[in-house]
Design a protein around this ligand. Structure first.
Ligand code: SF4
Length: 193
């Protein structure tokens, strides 16, 4: 089986997964979007309403904002793969619990193992906490490259702001959250594609 077929098998398992209570209210599992051989993998927190309805990650307002920036900066479809720490939507868009993230980690590990990206972009504080350090903040950690063992080897991670934060921050002036978000994405493109 090639990588695409192997990931499709894992996706089928996720579709039929009842390993945590998030299965109870889901419409769809939200497994991934993008290219299975992409150099850049984005990991967000969890599916929201739009994602639950469509089965596609990062498709709501915040996701579209990220996608628009990626397009503007010149990322191509083959450059990116997108997933979340959990594959089913938490009720009321709450954060997924530690237990839920642990229950779902099998799928994420397989995704990282098969895609084997050059860089894993942690989108927002929940993804940051899951992989790097609960004590640090996204404001301090964003834009820095961290190296950590995960899914069988030392991997590179870089946190960025969550695009939902930018929905409330419209300025792109020097030092603003949108400015820093764009700067981080440009650095990722220049260094890892
Ligand atoms: S969130 Fe993950 S572990 Fe929980 S039911 Fe969905 S696929 Fe299974």
């Amino acid at each position: 089986m090639n990588i695409k077929e192997q990931l499709n098998e894992i996706k089928k398992q996720a579709k039929n997964c009842f390993n945590c209570p998030l299965s109870e209210n889901r419409t769809n599992t939200v497994f991934s979007d993008g290219c299975e051989q992409a150099p850049v993998m984005f990991i967000g927190e969890a599916p929201g309403k739009n994602e639950d309805e469509t089965g596609i990650p990062f498709i709501g307002r915040a996701g579209q904002l990220l996608r628009n920036y990626l397009k503007e900066i010149g990322f191509k479809e083959n450059d990116i793969y997108i997933a979340n720490t959990v594959k089913c939507r938490p009720p009321e868009n709450r954060k997924p619990s530690k237990k839920e993230k642990e229950a779902c980690e099998f799928f994420l590990k397989k995704q990282i193992e098969f895609v084997n990206p050059k860089i894993i972009v942690l989108v927002g504080s929940t993804a940051l906490e899951s992989f790097i350090d609960k004590k640090t903040t996204i404001t301090k950690a964003r834009g820095q490259v961290f190296e950590k063992e995960f899914a069988g080897k030392i991997r590179k991670f870089i946190p960025i702001f969550h695009p939902s934060y930018l929905l409330r921050q419209h300025s792109e002036r020097d030092g603003s959250p949108r400015f820093l978000f764009k700067k981080d994405l440009i650095n990722i493109k220049e260094n890892f594609i």
